[in-house]
Design a binder for this molecule. Structure first.
Ligand SMILES: C[S@@+](CC[C@H](N)C(=O)[O-])C[C@H]1O[C@@H](n2cnc3c(N)ncnc32)[C@H](O)[C@@H]1O
Length: 273
């Protein structure tokens, strides 16, 4: 799990970086990220005791909200980025009248119970679990789950090692450290708040233009063009050089590994042994 997340959000996942998701360039680049596989949506629906209300935390452009909406009574997509919610509304184009887009942080959300499924796609690490999980424990219907989803980046491909080495080199060039303790702590901070009931890993193949794959990197807070400034251009050139030997007609193929972990939220944090 760690390896794939590393390419997504390194170097440090400082929560103040979440503001980057309000950047128009980050939001525009986001559409190039692959969708989650249908098998994930099917698995999420299986976790619902009743196809009632879904809460999508850090919904971004609504990849999960829009996919779950046709199968459920109501979806509440929450995100503090107005630009992301704007994109979500545009991509939905009024198709799903049962989706409510809520502007704000998950930590500040006030809702009426019951919720029949909580999903967090590539977002749980941006949210303070101590402010979130006690509320989820109150709102969740009996037997309902919190589902933590991650992984929409290349996980395996003939070029994955040179690609990752390039990203790793750039983490250092941007003043970060690959795989530091703070990073490890942040991506697993929610786990003591969840009684984990299961995990799944789903693989699917993506074929994409090199330029669009590079755009997906700029949809990550770490590689927001606004933060990188003039360095964005040589970053892109390095990634292009790493991918070029494997490209056919400017396209590359890769496998995406989508990870799912689900369980019951705890009102109090589990004591660390
Ligand atoms: C990597 S995107 C994931 C978007 C979408 N869930 C997906 O799976 O593609 C992370 C999202 O989390 C949102 N976010 C950041 N801090 C948050 C918070 N405190 N509460 C809720 N969402 C937050 C960001 O604005 C961003 O849209």
């Amino acid at each position: 799990m760690l390896a794939a997340l590393q390419s997504a959000e390194m170097p440090s996942l400082d929560r103040s970086l979440a503001a980057e998701f309000d950047d128009d360039d980050v939001v525009a680049a986001y559409v190039h990220r692959p969708d989650y596989p249908e098998a994930l949506i099917a698995h999420l629906l299986e976790l619902m005791p009743v196809r009632g209300r879904v809460l999508d935390l850090g919904c971004g452009p609504g990849k999960l909200s829009r996919a779950l909406a046709p199968h459920t009574d109501e979806v509440i997509g929450v995100d503090p980025s107005a630009a992301m919610l704007d994109l979500a509304g545009k991509l939905d184009a009024g198709k799903h009248q049962n989706v409510r887009w809520v502007h704000g942080r998950a930590e500040d959300l006030q809702l009426e119970a019951p919720i029949h499924l909580v999903v967090a796609g590539a977002s749980i690490h941006w949210i303070d679990p101590a402010a979130l999980f006690p509320k989820l424990a109150r709102w969740l219907a009996p037997k309902a789950s919190v589902a933590i989803v991650g992984g929409d980046e290349p996980a395996s491909a003939p070029w994955i090692e040179p690609y990752r080495a390039t990203i790793r080199g750039w983490v250092e060039r941007m003043g970060g450290r690959w795989d530091d303790d703070g990073y490890r702590a942040r991506i697993s901070a929610h786990e003591p708040w969840l009684d984990i009931q299961g995990r799944d890993v789903l693989l699917h193949e993506v074929r994409q233009r090199i330029d669009d794959l590079i755009e997906t990197e700029h949809s990550r807070a770490t590689w927001a063009r606004r933060r990188m400034g003039a360095l964005a251009e040589p970053f892109d050139a390095d990634l292009r050089a790493a991918l070029a030997p494997w490209a056919e007609d400017g396209m590359v193929t890769y496998s995406v590994e989508t990870r799912l972990m689900w369980g019951s939220p705890r009102a109090e944090v589990r004591a660390v042994a």
